[in-house]
Every structure is written in C-alpha cells, then in structure tokens.
Design a protein around this ligand. Structure first.
Ligand code: SAM
Length: 257
C-alpha cells in the first residue's frame, strides 16, 4: 500500500502540477510535516483537503516548498568571473545577449544582471527572461522593491544610481525593469525557452533529486545557442558535465559542447 506522503504528493501533482517526488524526499517531507503540524493537521490527507478549501493554507504550502531567499550579486566573486571572463567570451561571437534567469525568486538575480550589463557593457543589447514557479514572488519581482539587507553587495554609488528610497524601501530603476520579462515557469514540468546565450539557474537545483537534475541539465543544454553558458549556484557543481554535453568554463560555469 502507498504511504500517506506518496498519496499526498500525487494529489498535489494533480491539483497544482508540482511533482514533489522530484524534490529530495527527506528534506521536503521534514519541511512539510512541520508545516502540517503547525497548521493543526495530524495527517496529510486531512491537510490536503483543508488546503483545497483554504487559499491561505495553500499559499503557506507554496511558501514552504519554494525557498525564496535571494540577494543582489549573491556570491559576488562568481559575478566578477561573469563580468571579466564569461560575458566577454560570449561577446566575441555575439552583439546581443539572450539571458534566462531560471528560478529567479523575487528578482534580485535578473536585476543584478541588467545592472551589470548596463554598467560594463552599455552598448550591448540584452533581453532577460526571468521565471519562477511561484506567482507570488514574481509579483514582488515585478515591483522591484527591496530592503537594504538585499543590497549589501552593492556599492553605494550603484544604490544611488539605480534605486529610489522611500521609508527604507529601495525601488529599482525603470530602465533596468524594462530589460526583463517575468513569467511563471516550472522547471520540472513546463517547456524551456530556446536560443539562449546564458542561463542562470542558481540555488534551486540543490532541492531536486539526481534524476530530476539530469533531465534539467539536458534541457538547459538544448535551450542554449552554440557555446552558450550555464551558470549554477555555489553548492551546485555538476560532477560529470560531459555527460550532459557541457565542459567546465570556470568554477560553476558550464559551456555547451
Ligand atoms: C533560493 S531561490 C533562488 C533565487 C536566485 N536564483 C538566487 O540564487 O538567489 C529558489 C527559487 O526556486 C524556485 N523554485 C522551486 N521549485 C521550482 C521549480 N520546480 N521550477 C521553477 N522554480 C522553482 C522557488 O520558488 C524559489 O524562488
């Protein structure tokens, strides 16, 4: 007989098209049991039925499975490599860049990209697609309003130049917003965009099973243009990149081969 958690994952998949079985089970189960208990339900079946009737419970569930923390220029040394090596290499054979920030959360990552290109490659045309599974974070990303703590890697001069401050909230400049299209996309179920020169997918692959990761790497490969680059998070090294037709371009950067 199927266990209760497996049945719950099947119901969630049918209702929301989110396949929890592709997320690492021990970690996900622990997180969901603690939320379920906190919400006052002793088993997954009654919890699911309550979620069906109560949008607040549904949103809390979504918040628990999607870990949304982000910040501008997260792991700044990697962004230096992006600026000094990866983008210049891409521009040897390109005049414009098509970029995808996959699992962009509240937008800090795509805005960092738009800012970096505007500062250091001002004559380059870019378009950035920024996606996430969670519509709530996408709404926040579109607003582009941040607390000071998200901006800790930004020099003061950039904060002055690219943000307006009101009551401690920093709103990003319209010229950067214009470079980005925000859209909902589930990496485990939806179609992937094509003809991309650079994909950033950082700090989400760690939550997925090895099988799910393999499928995602292959889909990323198919989404990239010739010699395109995949940029992953600083705990998300790909162990055998050649199995997915990638070569190592620099630490945490993989080039399509
Ligand atoms: C920790 S944030 C990463 C944000 C940003 N990339 C960074 O590195 O700072 C992880 C994001 O992955 C998203 N996510 C989780 N599962 C996803 C899926 N199946 N497809 C797309 N996004 C997903 C979550 O909603 C969350 O916003």
């Amino acid at each position: 007989m199927k266990n209760e958690y497996t049945l719950f994952t099947e119901l969630v998949k049918r209702k929301m098209n989110i396949d929890l079985s592709l997320y690492k089970e021990a970690q996900m189960k622990r997180r969901l049991i603690s939320l379920r208990n906190k919400s006052g339900f002793a088993d997954f079946s009654s919890y699911f039925h309550a979620m069906n009737r109560d949008d607040n419970l549904l949103q809390q569930f979504m918040d628990r499975i999607t870990i949304n923390v982000s910040e501008f220029f997260r792991n700044p040394k990697r962004w230096d490599v992006l600026k000094n090596k990866i983008i210049p290499d891409l521009l040897v054979s390109r005049k414009k860049l098509s970029i995808w920030s996959a699992a962009c959360s509240t937008g800090e990552e795509p805005y960092s990209l738009a800012l970096l290109v505007k500062e250091f490659f001002p004559s380059i045309e870019i378009n950035i697609l920024a996606t996430d599974i969670d519509e709530n974070v996408l709404q926040l990303a579109k607003l582009g309003r941040y607390k000071k703590s998200s901006l800790k890697e930004l020099p003061d001069a950039w904060i002055k130049k690219y943000f307006t401050v009101e009551n401690g909230i920093y709103t990003i400049d319209q010229t950067l917003k214009e470079k980005i299209t925000f859209r909902k996309q589930n990496l485990l179920a939806d179609e992937y965009p094509k003809d991309l020169d650079l994909i950033l997918c950082r700090n989400v692959l760690i939550y997925f099973t090895d099988e799910a990761k393999k499928t995602i790497y292959n889909q990323f490969n198919a989404s990239l243009s010739k010699d395109g680059i995949l940029f992953v998070g600083s705990t998300e090294q790909i162990f055998r990149p050649e199995e997915h037709r990638f070569s190592l371009a620099d630490t945490f950067f993989y080039k399509k081969i």
